[in-house]
Design a protein around this ligand. Structure first.
Ligand code: ZN
Length: 365
């Protein structure tokens, strides 16, 4: 039987996927993690978290995660406008990577897909420990496996709308390493991937050390997933972290640069990686936040070294602060920035791979 890709509007042939972003969000509800974050930073004045132009710069320091106005994306007019830019730039398909407990109303995602004439692939799975609803907390591997399997077979959130990908996350650590509750999601998704052929997409926080990201990719494989069906998200948001800001500021001979060592270790396992935060406007005084020029440099290095079959791109479009409507690059950024730059730097042959062929191969099952 030939392979298919499952979108929220039904199955399509891989050849019909077209230009694809493998990591975005549409309707989204991050209110559980917002409440968790607020407990950690109780002193931030409420008025600074309001989504108003005078607060945009402050919110881009990461505090947007605590804003009541930004934790939810439920505005159809906004999503239509922003994803129309994506379509105008040539985009045809997106993965909405929100797993159970943080995704928006799946019926509204179907309606958005139809109104935009945009393929949307949704996920089942679980996110970080700090964003899970109580009914998905503290469960074992078998519970998660059965929960995801039911959604794959019957549909998400009690509907008959089926997910086309699996999602899990590593973000929370204690003295022993990544919390087992998060690794349980990796093991459950890895096993289900091995049985179904659906791809496993693993969110990675930049605070998780590179060697533990590599170990987690190996765990997904040893749980059953084929290496080419394991996709490690956000491998472009840690590129500049090797040089600490304090060393940079106090050593006049120390330059900042990109490092792709973790990325290469992952690629050499046969897994795929996402450079999926293009256009992210975040700022931080204590950590070198990756900028698009760094993402491009790292991408050019990896393409030069022959990894063009294992990289995909996107913007992780997840709240209004990232929208063009509010002064940021928006969800079309990966297309609008990268396509001309890859042509300019003689990597035109990679464009079809990273935007079309790799996403179709990863998602087809
Ligand atoms: Zn995301």
């Amino acid at each position: 039987m030939s392979k298919k890709i499952t979108t929220v509007c039904g199955d399509i042939e891989p050849k019909d996927l077209g230009v694809t972003s493998l990591h975005e969000h549409t309707y989204l509800d991050m209110s559980i993690s917002r409440e968790f974050m607020k407990r950690y930073f109780p002193d931030i004045p409420k008025e600074k978290l309001a989504f108003r132009p005078e607060n945009y710069t402050f919110l881009k320091s990461g505090t947007y995660l605590m804003s009541n106005d930004l934790a939810e994306v439920d505005d159809e007019e906004f999503l239509i406008k922003e994803y129309t830019y994506f379509k105008e730039a040539g985009g045809k398909s997106v993965c909405d990577c929100s797993p159970c407990g943080s995704g928006g109303d799946i019926n509204r995602i179907v309606s958005l897909s139809k109104k935009l004439d945009l393929n949307i692939i949704c996920a089942t799975g679980i996110y970080t420990l700090t964003s899970r609803p109580p009914e998905l907390l503290g469960k074992d591997d078998a519970f998660y496996y059965n929960y995801f399997k039911n959604e794959v077979n019957n549909g998400r959130d009690g509907t008959d709308i089926r997910p086309g990908m699996l999602k899990c996350a590593i973000a929370t650590m204690d003295a022993n390493g990544i919390m087992d509750g998060e690794l349980a999601g990796v093991r459950a998704c890895g096993k289900l991937s091995g049985e179904t052929g659906l791809s496993v997409h693993i969110h990675t926080d930049p605070n998780i050390p590179g060697e533990l990201v590599v170990e987690t990719a190996k765990l997904a494989i040893s749980s059953g997933a084929e290496p080419d069906k394991v996709h490690i998200c956000h491998m472009d948001n840690r590129l500049c972290a090797d040089v600490p800001v304090a060393s940079y500021l106090t050593d006049k001979n120390l330059a900042r640069n990109v490092s792709v060592e973790t990325q290469k270790q992952l690629l050499d396992l046969g897994v795929t990686i996402g450079f999926d935060t293009f256009g992210m406007p975040l700022t931080n005084d204590n950590y070198f936040v990756t900028e698009d020029i760094d993402r491009l440099k790292a991408l050019l290095i990896l393409l030069d070294e022959g990894y063009e079959n294992q990289i995909t791109v996107g913007c992780d479009f997840s709240n209004k602060l990232l929208g063009r409507s509010y002064g940021s690059h928006g969800v079309a950024r990966s297309l609008e920035y990268l396509i001309p730059m890859l042509k300019k730097y003689n990597k035109e042959s990679a464009i079809q791979k990273i935007f079309v062929e790799n996403p179709a191969r990863i998602l087809a099952y």
